[in-house]
Ligand binder design. Structure first.
Ligand code: PBG
Length: 344
């Protein structure tokens, strides 16, 4: 027996037919599911974070991030070329200076021959404008104490003295060929100071990807190994408290007012609520950074046979995209871009 048409013209299931609505119809087979999917990933929106260490002759694997290495200058160039080949959108570079060159003010971060500047020139020479080349603008990779800024006499991170260093870093990175600088130190006023420094040096076209909502997270653990940082203390006086959400909107308003071209939420998966709120507010591109600990968790569980690796990777990335990120920084960028390419 079939249903009938009501006087108002709408279809009505026959009395007693249950359930009247069957959402499962749209899940019947892969073709149907593919057609009705609301969220798709595209290689161009993936950004590969990459580490390059000064003085290395062979790439150094990272114990806590299986599959990720500290690159030599050569292997970094190769990784950048592979990212282009796979259709990845951008690369975010982190430089690891020789231990002996680190000091209290992070001199390698502003030295034209500092490893990050060298790597920027290398990568630009390799990829030209075929890949968006970005650099981490922060002092922690370059200081001997491992903090994101310079310290005052009492050992606290000195906001305004740090801003002067960030301005110099911005100029050094742009001079070396960065298309985008990514201030990640959570100092107040950093975006404005960097914008002015770039403009003052003729780098009006270099954009700023601001780490807008960056939380003091336990999930950065493996990154410390990746950049050879022996942080003394923690970052809780400058990175946000995981308990706070509204504060992110305040940071957002400030970053936009100061001239951020793109904004970022970090980490990603534990902060999808923040990502969704920020994405609902803005008219600039929104990025999310799937950080080292997020990567390590999936790889470790998969290595133990506790989760399906590839499915878990795609699920995390799809969720980050669904929550509102237009750009995703992920250590799986090249691998996932290749997979997406194969799947069409
Ligand atoms: C700061 C910076 C950090 C990361 C990116 N930029 C570390 C921190 O703030 O403690 C973390 C990235 C990751 O964990 O994957 N230079």
């Amino acid at each position: 027996m079939s249903g009938g048409t009501r006087p108002d013209g709408r279809y009505e299931a026959r009395y007693g037919q249950f359930p009247g609505a069957r959402p499962r119809r749209l899940r019947v087979n892969p073709a149907m599911r593919r057609m009705v999917a609301e969220t798709r990933l595209h290689p161009a929106e993936l950004i590969l974070p990459a580490f390059v260490r000064e003085g290395l002759t062979e790439p150094a694997p990272l114990a806590a991030m299986p599959g990720v290495v500290q690159h030599t200058r050569d292997t970094l160039r190769r990784a950048a070329a592979e990212a282009v080949e796979a259709g990845v959108g951008g690369i975010m570079l982190f430089g690891v200076p020789e231990e002996s060159k680190k000091d209290a003010v992070g001199t390698p971060g502003t030295d034209p021959d500092g490893i990050l500047q060298v790597a920027l020139r290398d990568v630009r020479a390799e990829v030209g404008d075929d890949l968006v080349v970005m650099s981490d603008l922060c002092l922690d990779e370059h200081t001997d104490h491992g903090h994101c800024g310079v310290l005052d006499a009492a050992g606290r991170v000195d906001n305004d003295a740090t801003l002067e260093r960030y301005a110099e870093m911005a100029r050094a990175q742009a001079d070396a060929g960065a298309h985008v600088v990514g201030p990640s130190g959570m100092m107040d006023g950093q975006v404005r100071v960097i914008r002015e420094a770039l403009d003052g040096a003729g780098h009006q076209d270099v954009s700023i990807l601001a780490y807008t909502a960056k939380y003091a997270s336990a999930f950065y653990g493996p990154f410390r190994e990746a950049v050879g940082s022996s942080l003394q203390g923690d970052r809780k006086t400058y990175q946000q408290d995981p308990a706070n959400a509204r504060e992110s909107l305040r940071e957002l308003a400030l970053d936009l007012a100061e001239g951020a071209d793109m904004v970022m939420v970090k980490p990603a998966l534990p902060y999808l609520d923040i990502l969704a709120r920020i994405a609902a507010e803005v008219d600039v591109p929104v990025a999310a950074y799937q950080i080292s600990g997020e990567y390590a968790m999936v790889e470790a569980a998969a290595a133990n046979g506790w989760i399906e690796r590839d499915r878990a990777i795609m699920e995390t990335l799809t969720s980050i995209r669904r929550a509102g990120a237009g750009l995703i920084l992920t250590y799986w960028a090249t691998e996932v871009a290749r997979r997406l390419g194969r799947e069409g």
